[in-house]
Design a protein around this ligand. Structure first.
Ligand SMILES: Cc1cc2nc3c(=O)[nH]c(=O)nc-3n(C[C@H](O)[C@H](O)[C@H](O)COP(=O)(O)OP(=O)(O)OC[C@H]3O[C@@H](n4cnc5c(N)ncnc54)[C@H](O)[C@@H]3O)c2cc1C
Length: 367
């Protein structure tokens, strides 16, 4: 079988790895000239690490990642509302870790042996002809494939071309992300919330911290460090202190949060995976996890089912419930984050651990 994967992000590279493990050669095209380095850092929950284990890469990731044993949510004044032991909750599924995105991508890319990655290339058009997917590339040449897998992210051009009107929906929140060199003594995942504004810090090592900040899109003008300091000036210790200490020259990655409308992104000899099929807000930290799982499950179906159309339908059925659960939980969390402090603080301080368990328990059983 000849497979084309469009996009060398987490989903595309994991897909290439999973296909290789099942003896299926593939070509990956990435529109950027070299491995994409967007988004700074990533938090992988237990199910994402289990998928890395299915890809035979968990040990390698553990060598470079930082363990995240707890998740603590505080008010903007620093009052603890809820603390969960991620180590205990995800025990038996996989560890929770944080690492730089570029390190995760490099681990996936370096694991490939027979896949061919073409950088600086993209697909301009695709159609079914004589029982194959004919693909026209940006350099003008055409090639035939048995299957095209779109892993080209939230703004997927394959989704736009093949499924027509499906554009991502803005969620009204904009997020800035950065990595800073001081850990400020923070040990676990730590978030501080006040109505519509969230600050989150995750250690990446003993002296490196990932900081995520979101706020209504209307608050953002240029996405600068000075703006960030201003937006979160009322936040107390510990994260207010972290924001105060950020050097002005620190590089920020700022984007509006968007989601892809629910849908069945299957066509003849074509399927979408990862953010191209189901980008959500990052409230559940499941984007990478779902992308890695998609790759594992799709490769298994392609290996196990001789009829391609049936394999793709089975893949869709395998993933539909989990994906819609995560999307729903993101909506619940986003609503809670933007509700009044009275409601969100009361909920988190009384039933926060129950809500955590309810949201993540369905992701614990094996794929
Ligand atoms: C603010 C924020 C924080 C997040 N934090 C987390 C987190 O902590 N944990 C987590 O699990 N998830 C997190 N996520 C979600 C996670 O980043 C995504 O779900 C994940 O990156 C999806 O990977 P992907 O490969 O599907 O898409 P992408 O990472 O977007 O990769 C798509 C790739 O396709 C390429 N491409 C695009 N168009 C074309 C084309 N036409 N031709 C060729 N190549 C193309 C792009 O250049 C890119 O390399 C976060 C998301 C946001 C917005």
């Amino acid at each position: 079988m000849k497979v084309l994967i469009v996009g060398a992000g987490i989903a595309g590279l994991a897909m290439a790895r999973a296909l290789e493990m099942n003896g299926i050669a593939n070509v990956v095209v990435e529109r950027q000239k070299s491995s994409p380095v967007t988004g700074k850092s990533i938090f992988l929950l237990g199910n994402a690490m289990r998928a890395m284990s299915d890809l035979g890469l968990a040990e390698e990731i553990l060598q470079i990642a930082y363990p995240v044993a707890s998740q603590t949510i505080m008010s903007s004044t620093g009052r603890i509302l809820n603390k969960v032991s991620t180590r205990e909750f995800w025990d038996g599924c996989g560890p929770c870790v944080s690492l730089l995105r570029k390190e995760l991508l490099a681990t996936l890319q370096n694991s490939l042996r027979i896949s061919e990655t073409r950088f600086g290339a993209t697909v301009t058009h695709t159609m079914v002809r004589d029982g194959k997917r004919e693909v026209m590339f940006s350099d003008g040449h055409t090639e035939e494939f048995d299957l095209v897998i779109g892993a080209d992210g939230v703004n997927s051009s394959l989704r736009a071309e093949v499924f027509k009107t499906v554009s991502p929906i803005g969620l009204g929140l904009t997020a800035s992300r950065l990595v800073t060199d001081l850990s400020h003594g923070l040990e676990g995942w730590t978030a501080m919330l006040t109505r519509g504004r969230s600050l989150l810090a995750i250690p990446l090592g003993p002296d490196r911290l990932y900081l995520y900040a979101d706020s209504p899109t209307s608050d953002f003008r240029g996405g600068t460090v000075a703006e960030l300091k201003n937006l979160f000036s009322e936040f107390g210790s510990p994260l207010g202190r972290v924001i105060d200490a950020i050097p002005p020259e620190t590089s920020l990655h700022t984007d509006e949060l968007r989601e892809v409308p629910a849908g069945k992104y299957l066509a003849e000899r074509l399927v979408l995976i990862g953010d191209a099929a189901h980008a959500t807000s990052p409230s559940m930290a499941q984007g990478a996890g779902l992308a890695l799982e998609d790759a594992v499950v799709l490769a298994r179906r392609l290996k196990g089912e001789p009829q391609l159309g049936v394999a793709l339908e089975l893949f869709h059925l395998d993933r539909e419930k989990r994906v819609s659960w995560v999307r729903k939980q993101c909506h619940v969390r986003d609503r809670m984050r933007t509700s009044s402090d009275l409601i969100s603080h009361l909920l988190l301080s009384t039933v926060g651990s129950v809500l955590y368990s309810r949201a993540y328990r369905p992701l614990l059983p094996p794929l």
